[in-house]
Write a protein that binds this ligand. Sequence first.
Ligand code: WTA
Length: 558
Amino acid sequence: CNDSQSSLSVNCLDRHVHTAPNKVALIWEKDEPGKEVRVTYRELLELTCRLGNTLKRQGVKRGDRVTIYMPPCPLAVASMLACARIGAVHTVVFAGFSSEALADRIRDGKRLLQTDRGGKVIELKQTVDQAVRACPLVKRVLVSMRTEQKVPMSELHEMMKEDVCCEPAVMESEDLLFLLYTSGSTGKPKGLVHSQAGYLLYTAITHKYVFDYHDGDIFGCVADIGWITGHSYVVYGPLCNGGTTVLFESTPVYPNPVERLRINQFYGAPTAIRLLLRYGDEWVKRYDRSSLKTLGSVGEPINTEAWEWYFNVVGDARCPVVDTWWQTETGGICISPRPSSPGDEILPGMAMRPFFGISPALLDDKGNILTQNNVSGALCISQAWPGMARTIYNDHKRFLETYLMPYPGFFFTGDGAYRTSQGYYQLTGRLDDVINVSGHRLGTAELEDIVHRAVAESAVIGFPHEIKGEGAYVFIVLKKGTDVSQERLSNELKELVSKKIHGGSPFPTRLPKTRSGKIMRRVLKKIVEDKADELGDLTTLDDHEAVEEIIEGHKRLL
Ligand code: WTA
């Protein structure tokens, strides 16, 4: 194949095949532990080229959008790289999403690529069929066979007949690389757009300096490729650096793969750390963790207790812990300790310092910049950086309104932060109606949007949850005359939001609103946090009885 400096797949594959063709690019830790599969750079390039040729044969052209609905596996990674190779734009959808969520995310797309999964057999194909019925623009569905089960359609396995060379498309640095959907505070999920060169540069450089990654290290990031963390730190960053990256098919039993695969950098979400902590130290200490060099945390605030345990027990007080703050919008890590700079202090539970080129600013609600230390404010970024999302697909106006207009001259992150007296940054949580459950963003609007024949109105709020960081609490008002048992309705609704509802309160007859009709979520939040005596200013509340009814209902639940 010919080289082309402006091809992302050349940077992630061909470049390394020239220097170390037999180096392992991917270690696929399958659902069946101990049966990991290793894929070399040469094999990954060949698979990518075959897939690229398959896509071209199916009529996929430069600029076309391809939805990938697969669990983490080499074929999924090769599919992303194959899109990049032929200049198509990929959208990976988390394989745990329902057909409705999938349909929402492929409506913009034209073609769809999908696989079934082994281990626990999950019927992805059925979900895809349902989703595609709602998306008339989809032209083609490709299916890969991973199970012995009969799935009615198979085309991807035909690709093994394709040529192992596929000329890389020469791309402009600002051409689209991928769309990734993420929840916002209002409306449907937003398809954030990332472009070629800046994104790749930013993921590669942050991967190297934040984790202190060196040639020959084995990098283990436990994120699904359906999230930005999987895109940036399972696939693009490590592969651009010629690294060996572990693909976890499902949530692993952590200490075991660390010992077996000799993982050097481990990167995961605090939820999992909090869960492990409960099992006690012995369970972790049974395994050899001497390969570990850096421990990373991402997706949600890490509380001091979990941080200390991660550092002292998992890392034997030997490995720096990097609490990395960033977002789908930022493309890569923006605020984090950098163990690659020796001597830099790292304090527990803090993202600490901006990465090279990032200039954070804290603003008050009047839009004034807070220049002093020891202050809290809205976290903004005051100049562009290579990895930032360029727009929201098909909705640039929404991009401007969400990120650039709230604080003119700044990129607004949606998060709040505190700057300590020493000038370090500590994240304090979302300022909008986004809930962070186990490091995954959920828009309250998305949950409230669930349509059910018995539901007249609902309000969703986040509340502190010991393991998940935050849980989603749903208040539901039933339509008049609904004659269904509470238990049955509760079960149906829980199913509807794919297990995202934490509890179910007895259904109130109405929600507390302002006189202008806005649901007063802050009041609901206090009730759920058992702080009904601190409801704050209720002068705009329309109907006080609505609040009392909900307080009573909540008490009954406890
Ligand atoms: C939150 C995941 C505290 C934050 C990479 C952000 C964090 C949202 C941290 C982005 C952290 C992420 N400490 N909060 N280290 N990292 N967050 O788009 O609210 O899935 O805005 O990207 O997660 O979530 P997203």
